[in-house]
Design a protein around this ligand. Structure first.
Ligand code: FRU
Length: 491
C-alpha cells in the first residue's frame, strides 16, 4: 500500500533538495538531501551498491518524526540520493522510525528498525514506546512487514525498560541463523545490550543480555554493533550521559569500543579492553558493515548531540556522515583508517621533505579545503619538548588548528576561531600513545569537516566546521626548531 506520508516526503525532498548548491555540502561526505540527519542506518552492500540510510527529518534542520533517508554509492565516497525509504506511517511507528540496520535475506533487502509511538502520561508528558519492526525491499522501495512489530516488550527480560529499547543491528551467523543486538536501559538507570535470535530474520526470541553497564560508561547505551574480527569479539556502542574519566572518555555522548572474547556457540561476550573511538568533538552512533572483499567498514554521524548548535547559518541541511573507515584490530586496539578508495581521489601531489620549522611558516602550494595531508614532525633536538601547530581553514581572523605538545604528548583539535558564534564544545584533546619521538598523522579536510588519523589509525579526531570556503590557508608554527615531512594531495 502506498503511504501518503512517504510520498509527501519524497516529493518534498526532491523539490527542496535540488535547490541546494553542491558547494554548500561536503564533496565526499554524505549530508541529508534536505533537512536534518542523525545516525547512519542500514549500512550494507546490496545488489552491487553500498547502501547508507540515515535518521532523517526532511522538513526542517531540526530533529522531528524520524524518516529514513537513503543514498547509494559504488566507492563509499560519492553518494547518489535515492528517495526516502521509510516514513512514520503505521500504528506501531507513528511517531518515528528510529535507527536500525540492514541485511540481505533471500535476495531481498531487509531493514530492521525501531518504531516509536508516543504514550502520554496524566501530567501531559510523554514517553516513546519502542519496538523493533521490519521492512523488505528491492534497494529503493520498502514494504513494512504485515506482522510488525517483530520484537516488543513481551520478550524483554526482567528489569528492562520498554521505553528505552532501540537500534537493532542484525547479522547472520555462519550456520545461517540470525542475531540482533539492541540498546536498552535497565530500570536501575544503567544501560545494557540485549541479544535476540531468529532462524528466519522474522520470528525473534530473546537470547541473552550480551553486556550490562556496571556504571562505568554513562547511562543508556545507544546504537550497539557486535561483530567478530579474527578471534576477537568487538562491541561498539554509544553511551549517553558520560562523566569524563582522565584523558580517555569525554563528557556527554561518545562512541565506545569494547574488545574481548566471544563464544561462538553460546554468543557469550567477555570484554577485555575499552577505548574511545574518536577523540574529536563530532562523532557518534557509528555502524559497521562487511564489504564483499572482507573489509569491516565503520561510518559514524559526524556530529554529537552536545554540539548540534555548530551549523551553517541559514543552512538547508544539517548533519554529515564521517568518512567510512577501515577497521583493524592490533594488540587489542581498534585501528581506523580512511577507506582505501580515498587514494583514488588524490591528485596534485606535493611532497616536502625535511622542512625546518621554527616560528611561523607557510609552504608553497599547501592550501585548500579538500585536502589529504600526511604529516610527520619531530623536534630537531631529540630532548626537545616544544609545541607544534598546524592551522587550516585559515583566512583573515579565522582558523582551525591541530596542535601538539611534545612535553605531555597531547594533541588538541580546536575550532574556536572557525567563525562559530555558539558556545558549544570547540576543542578536545587526546594523549598520543606512541613510542616514537615523531608525531605522525593524516588530516582529511572536506569543505565542512576535518578528520585526523594518528599513526596507523590508533587514534582519531573528527569535527565539523563551517568557515567560509574562501578561508583555505594552511600554515605551521613551532616554538622550537622542528623537522617536518609532508605530503599533500588535493581531493
Ligand atoms: C542516537 C539515537 C538513537 C535513536 C535515534 C533517534 O543518536 O538517539 O538511539 O534511534 O538517535 O533519531
Amino acid at each position: 500500500m502506498e503511504s501518503r506520508v512517504l510520498l509527501h516526503a519524497r516529493e518534498y525532498e526532491m523539490r527542496e533538495g535540488g535547490k541546494i548548491d553542491k558547494l554548500q555540502r561536503g564533496a565526499f561526505h554524505l549530508s541529508p538531501l534536505v533537512g536534518w540527519m542523525n545516525d547512519p542506518n542500514g549500512f550494507s552492500c546490496y545488489d552491487g551498491s553500498y547502501h547508507l540510510f540515515y535518521q532523517y527529518y526532511p522538513y526542517k534542520c531540526e530533529w522531528g518524526p524520524m524518516h529514513w533517508g537513503h543514498a547509494i554509492s559504488r566507492d563509499l565516497l560519492h553518494w547518489e540520493y535515492l528517495p526516502a525509504a521509510l516514513a512514520p506511517d503505521q500504528p506501531y511507528d507513528l511517531d518515528g522510525c528510529f535507527s536500525g540496520s540492514a541485511i540481505t535475506v533471500d535476495s531481498k533487502h531487509l531493514l530492521i528498525y525501531t518504531g516509536v509511538v508516543k504514550e502520554y502520561e496524566e501530567n501531559g508528558k510523554f514517553k516513546y514506546r519502542q519496538r523493533q519492526s521490519i521492512a523488505i525491499g528491492d534497494g529503493r522501495d520498502y514494504l513494512k512487514y504485515e506482522k510488525n512489530p517483530v520484537i516488543d516488550e513481551k520478550v524483554l527480560p526482567e528489569g528492562a525498560n520498554p521505553y528505552e529499547f532501540r537500534d537493532p543491528k542484525i547479522w547472520q551467523k555462519e550456520d545461517g541463523s540470525f542475531r540482533c543486538v539492541t540498546g536498552n536501559l535497565k530500570k536501575d538507570g544503567k544501560g545494557q545490550i540485549l541479544l535476540f535470535e531468529s532462524e528466519n530474520a522474522f520470528d525473534w526470541k530473546f537470547e541473552r543480555v550480551l553486556l550490562e553497564n556496571n556504571g562505568q560508561f554513562g547511562k543508556m547505551w545507544e546504537c550497539p554493533d557486535f561483530f567478530k574480527m579474527g578471534d576477537s569479539g568487538v562491541l561498539i556502542m554509544s553511551p549517553q550521559d558520560m562523566k569524563a574519566q582522565g584523558d580517555e572518555y569525554p563528557n556527554g555522548n561518545f562512541a565506545l569500543c569494547l574488545i574481548g572474547e566471544v563464544n561462538d556457540e553460546t554468543d557469550e561476550f567477555v570484554p577485555k579492553t575499552s577505548q574511545t573511538i574518536d577523540y574529536g568533538m563530532d562523532f557518534y552512533a557509528p555502524q559497521t558493515m562487511l564489504t564483499e572483499d572482507g573489509r569491516r567498514i565503520m561510518i559514524g554521524w559526524m556530529q554529537n548531540w552536545d554540539t548540534i548548535q555548530v551549523r551553517q547559518e541559514n543552512g538547508k541541511w544539517f548533519g554529515q556522515m564521517s568518512l567510512p573507515r577501515e577497521l583493524e584490530i592490533r594488540n587489542n586496539r581498534l585501528l581506523q583508517r580512511p577507506v582505501r578508495e580515498l587514494l583514488t581521489m588524490r591528485h596534485n601531489e606535493v611532497i616536502c621533505k625535511n622542512v625546518c620549522i621554527f616560528g611561523k611558516c607557510c609552504l608553497d602550494q599547501i592550501k585548500g579545503r579538500c585536502v589529504d595531508l600526511v604529516v610527520e614532525v619531530a623536534c630537531a633536538d631529540k630532548e626537545g619538548n616544544g609545541k607544534f601547530e598546524l592551522r587550516f581553514a585559515q583566512g583573515i581572523g579565522l582558523f582551525c588548528s591541530l596542535s601538539y605538545d611534545f612535553s605531555d604528548r597531547k594533541l588538541t583539535m580546536d575550532r574556536r576561531f572557525s567563525g562559530s558564534r555558539r558556545a558549544a564544545v570547540h576543542s578536545q584533546s587526546c594523549r598520543i600513545e606512541n613510542e616514537n619521538e615523531a608525531l605522525r598523522f593524516r588530516l582529511i579536510l572536506d569543505r565542512y569537516s576535518a578528520e585526523v588519523f594518528v599513526g596507523d589509525g590508533e587514534q582519531t579526531m573528527s569535527m565539523v566546521l563551517f568557515t567560509d570556503l574562501s578561508a583555505d590557508g594552511i600554515s605551521f608554527r613551532s616554538d622550537q626548531k622542528m623537522m617536518m615531512n609532508l605530503e599533500k594531495y588535493d581531493l
